[in-house]
Write a protein that binds this ligand. Structure first.
Ligand SMILES: *Cc1c(COP(=O)(O)O)cnc(C)c1O
Length: 349
């Protein structure tokens, strides 16, 4: 059709499947545990009349609560509809130069999608054979850098000393550290935002805070970075954080004991799962996230992926170069992992 000439054509990000039937869902890194009861209470007592009014453009009480819990001034916090929203705004805001931005070749598969969508030139920097980031690769001219820590889908943590070197050697560009999984045992760069005005730290409620369905993400950085992001955001949609989301997010932040308990549970389950997978002939880089990126020494990942799916166990598999023999298995409850291990034992026999 002739109007198609004027259409923006992109290859979209493909999210993991959300099956309608009841399965053991280990394919999109959601938390297996529900939000705190405080969230339930907050929504049950929510002031429905208030929905008549537009919400606060900066996330209102959610940003205030984040400021309290993370000990960061409000003016250094940006909130969005999941970290995908925060990252999309950050790409649009900070990666407007002519030089290519840099990110690993094996990483969150949304980065190249946004770069293509916003016409940002980019270079994917190969991880080494053990899926590690080499900091020296990032000591070269660039228009910006984005690195998840721990990386996804590998689960590998990079030391904050090495990341700090990347930030300090790239003062002319913004470095985004995507800490979607940091609460599962990695170190955060958050304490460094006052030291480096080119550092933006992005986190989310979707994984460690049990609320992927609510859609809350946040960025921490110096006020100048945050103001630039707001200018872009206010040019698209000012009211991204709705009042129900804010109420749920505040309530979740009020229960730090629950947050710590659930995070520790996931970590404990991950560690036992590592042992069980190794016994079954899997190998994997050490994970500091809520998933394990594993391959079997004899059996192809695709075969295991398909057989597991037939048995109601969903994992993630990408038929992409370098990682087509790997499965990403999210950490569920102990019971779910036991069922998954039992299936693998039987299947691999
Ligand atoms: C899950 C994930 C996100 C986005 O999660 P939201 O649900 O949009 O907050 C961002 N980055 C990485 C690396 C992720 O794995």
């Amino acid at each position: 059709m002739s109007w198609e000439e004027n259409v923006k054509k992109v290859v979209p990000y493909v999210p993991g499947e959300q099956p309608k039937t009841k399965v053991i869902k280990l394919n999109t890194n959601e938390n297996p545990y529900p939000p705190s009861d405080k969230v339930k209470h907050a929504l049950e007592h929510f002031d429905i009349d208030s929905l008549r009014l537009y919400p606060d453009v900066n996330g209102g009480e959610l940003r205030t609560k984040l400021s309290e819990v993370y000990s960061v001034d409000e003016e250094k916090i940006f909130v969005g509809v999941g970290s995908d929203d925060v990252l999309a705004v950050a790409f649009l805001t900070f990666f407007a130069g002519k030089k290519p931005i840099l990110f690993p070749d094996i990483t969150y598969s949304f980065y190249d999608v946004w770069a293509d969508l916003y016409d940002i030139p980019y270079e994917m920097i190969p991880l080494d054979d053990d899926f590690r980031i080499k900091k020296e690769d990032y000591f070269r001219p660039n228009g910006g850098i984005v690195i998840p820590n721990p990386n996804a889908p590998t689960g590998v943590e990079k030391s904050i000393e090495a990341l700090e070197e990347i930030v300090s050697k790239n003062k002319d560009s913004v470095v985004i550290i995507d800490e979607a999984y940091v609460d599962f045992g990695a170190k955060s760069m958050l304490p460094l935002i006052d030291k480096y005005d080119n550092l933006l730290v992005v986190q989310t409620f979707s994984k460690s805070r049990c609320m992927a369905g609510v859609r809350i993400g946040m960025a921490f950085g110096n006020p100048k970075l945050i103001n630039y992001m707001n200018d872009v955001k206010f040019s698209i949609n000012s009211y991204t954080m709705n009042r129900l989301t804010v109420a749920a997010g505040v309530a979740m932040l009020e229960d730090s004991a629950y947050f710590e308990e659930m995070t520790n549970r996931v970590i404990a389950t991950r560690e036992r799962t590592k042992v069980a997978l190794r016994e079954l002939g899997f190998e994997f880089p050490d994970s500091k996230s809520n998933f394990i990126f594993a391959r079997h020494k004899q059996v192809a990942a695709k075969e295991i992926f398909e057989a597991a799916k037939k048995n109601g166990i969903f994992m993630r598999w990408w038929g992409k170069p370098r990682i087509d023999n790997y499965l990403r298995i999210s950490i569920g409850t102990d019971e779910q992992m036991d069922e998954m291990i039992a299936f693998l034992k039987e299947y691999l026999k």
